[in-house]
Write a protein that binds this ligand. Sequence first.
Ligand SMILES: NC(=O)c1ccc[n+]([C@@H]2O[C@H](COP(=O)([O-])OP(=O)(O)OC[C@H]3O[C@@H](n4cnc5c(N)ncnc54)[C@H](OP(=O)(O)O)[C@@H]3O)[C@@H](O)[C@H]2O)c1
Length: 321
Amino acid sequence: MKAIFQTKYGKSGVLQYGEQTRPKLKANEIRIKNYASSVNPRDWMIRSGRYQLQFLVPSFPLILGSDYAGEVIEVGAKVKGFKSGDKVFGMKNPAEGLATYAEEVVASAKGMTLIPKGISYTEAAGVPLCSLTAWQALVEKAGMKKGCKVLIIGASGGVGSFGVQIASALGGEVTAVCSQKNAALVTDLGATKVIDYHQHDFLKSEGRYDIIFDTIGRHNLSKCSTKLNPGGTYVSTIPSPKNLKAMVITSINAMFSKACKKAKVVMVKAEGSDLEEVAKLISAGNVKPVIDQVFPLQQASQAHDRSRSLRAKGKIILEIQ
Ligand SMILES: NC(=O)c1ccc[n+]([C@@H]2O[C@H](COP(=O)([O-])OP(=O)(O)OC[C@H]3O[C@@H](n4cnc5c(N)ncnc54)[C@H](OP(=O)(O)O)[C@@H]3O)[C@@H](O)[C@H]2O)c1
């Protein structure tokens, strides 16, 4: 099969397009003819050897990629609920082998679900990792409920664009922190208030929140504490020592006081059942993937450079012919 692979760590130039061995199928896995993947910031961190969990990354020749969207072509002996021809999407973490920048992907049945009707493989590939991060941060970590006031830092990015839509679909009142140039986009996604981070510091603006969802990592619980309501949660995608320490301390304190403000860190899990919840929101027209740019698989290095710029509006997609 054709794939993007690398035989050493380095800049985007280490990515090569060429023939690689087809992955073996285990009994609990499904083989997919993969039509699209997406670029996530961790891809270029792994590519350069600087990912925090690099020890979990498979050895060389390394095929990167977490997201996949394609058609089932083979089903492992122990798999139930999927058949050849199903259109599925999902994600794989480093410990699950990555390798979705490829024409064929094998993945655990537990991590995937059916692509909702009405979206293409190209759009579907932008959904799994980022929407699952947003869902698990808001719903599982922060206990998102109808009526919650939610502030989302980095609202125009891959994770943030799903965060805005999921929080507003679940009945939240969303304030987006992003650049003025992306204000119309996040308003269209459901934000009722926008704070341009180049002009205003949300820490100095009006309002308090039940949830602060930080996808950028320049803040932490102690900085944001005055902007949280009693019992509120600061949840971050960045597992910094400060965030992890605050998570441990506040989870203990929260056992003794309902008013305790909590810190949480989300580490995305490949959960097909969570992705099914997102798929329902897509089917209902409440969530849509925002696409920044689409590249053919052969141009993965350019797609990485675009992601590395940290300016993407939504998702960067790799299309596989
Ligand atoms: N822990 C996990 O499981 C997990 C899962 C997914 C992602 N992550 C991490 O979460 C972070 C975000 O991921 P992503 O995929 O959303 O990234 P992304 O799509 O590359 O984010 C790009 C967006 O960030 C915005 N941005 C940059 N600096 C900003 C700032 N100071 N304030 C507000 N917005 C800013 C940019 O908007 P402007 O152009 O307007 O600045 C752009 O729209 C990454 O560090 C990623 O590694 C962690």
